[in-house]
Design a protein around this ligand. Structure first.
Ligand SMILES: C[S@@+](CC[C@H](N)C(=O)[O-])C[C@H]1O[C@@H](n2cnc3c(N)ncnc32)[C@H](O)[C@@H]1O
Length: 289
């Protein structure tokens, strides 16, 4: 799955040891209608009359979100920022000429040749990023009245009325079963230094909003949206190395095999649901006060 150019070109994300995922992500994107669900929904949060001359897509991946931005704002310059070379390699094959590809991390735009931005989009990427630094960086780059849209899922933020959907429950049960069959060993919580079991504290909508406001931007609108995906789409997503669930004591290949086995044991019409918080932020025009 790896070509020569991917191996030879070092990616900034090497430093944080995220496995290159481009070809798997492209396979997911080709196969799955649902890959466009989030970026399409994010663009509906924008004011219908917004004027966009410059846009930045951060964590642009294989270009699914970038191409939607470019298609909606045809006369604009669109910058696509992506640290993984294997993702960028896929994007360059299909993105239109109005797109400029950049390598780097969204929390550090300083060294990049970017104009002021009317629109920043972060589609299904923000949980990889240091959010306080990111919001500050974006606030500095947005034009007055400029918008920043992003989504974040229930795994990372406390959202109201989340219930474990039957498909999600079945998948988690089957994943644990398949993991144990492959020799997964949960660490003994009594061992010194063992990570305590139980849910980790999550960010809340209020704490996220405070971080946003401290950076000098405001929430313009927000939406809670449920996305259900079928088993084929889930299979393609969970095969992407950076999104395969990691199970203690198993190699990455075994983790992928466990996910595959879990999905094969699900009823064929099952779906897996994610609740997203989608936000549209605005940098107010202070001169208008
Ligand atoms: C799930 S993909 C989303 C791709 C695309 N936006 C879409 O909607 O299909 C997340 C992307 O975020 C990128 N990413 C991770 N950390 C990042 C960072 N600190 N700055 C910019 N991009 C990052 C990953 O390399 C990955 O390609």
């Amino acid at each position: 799955m790896t070509n020569r150019s991917t191996v030879e070109r070092r990616s900034p994300i090497d430093e944080v040891a995220v496995p290159e995922s481009g070809e798997y992500y492209a396979a997911y994107g080709h196969q799955s209608e649902s890959a466009r669900f989030v970026p399409e929904h994010l663009l509906t949060l924008l004011p219908p009359d917004i004027q966009v001359r410059t846009a930045l897509d951060i964590g642009s991946g294989t270009g699914i979100s970038t191409r939607l931005i470019a298609g909606r704002f045809t006369g604009s310059r669109v910058f696509a920022l992506e640290p993984q070379m294997s993702m960028q390699d896929q994007a360059r094959q299909t993105d239109p000429p109005q797109v400029t590809h950049l390598s780097g991390a969204a929390e550090d735009l300083g060294g990049l040749d970017l104009p002021s931005l009317d629109l920043v989009v972060c589609s299904s990427s923000i949980w990889h990023m240091d959010r306080p630094r990111l919001f500050q960086e974006i606030a500095r780059r947005l034009t007055a009245g400029g918008r920043f849209v992003f989504n974040i899922g229930e795994s990372f933020i406390d959202l109201p009325d989340v219930v474990l959907a039957p498909g999600n429950r079945k998948y988690l049960t089957e994943l644990l079963r398949a993991g144990f069959e492959l020799g997964m060993n949960l660490p003994d919580p009594r061992e010194p230094g063992a990570v305590q079991a139980g849910p980790r504290p999550k960010e809340t909508i209020d704490s996220l909003t405070r971080t946003i406001n401290e950076a000098g931007i405001d929430v313009d609108s927000r939406d809670l949206v449920d996305q259900s995906v079928n088993l084929e789409e889930s299979r393609a997503w969970m095969a992407i190395p950076m999104y395969t669930h990691s199970l203690p004591g198993l190699t990455p290949e075994q983790c992928r095999a466990a996910a595959e086995t879990a999905l094969s044991r699900m009823p064929s019409d099952a779906t897996i649901t994610t609740r997203w918080l989608m936000m549209c932020l605005v940098r107010r025009d202070e001169s208008a006060d």
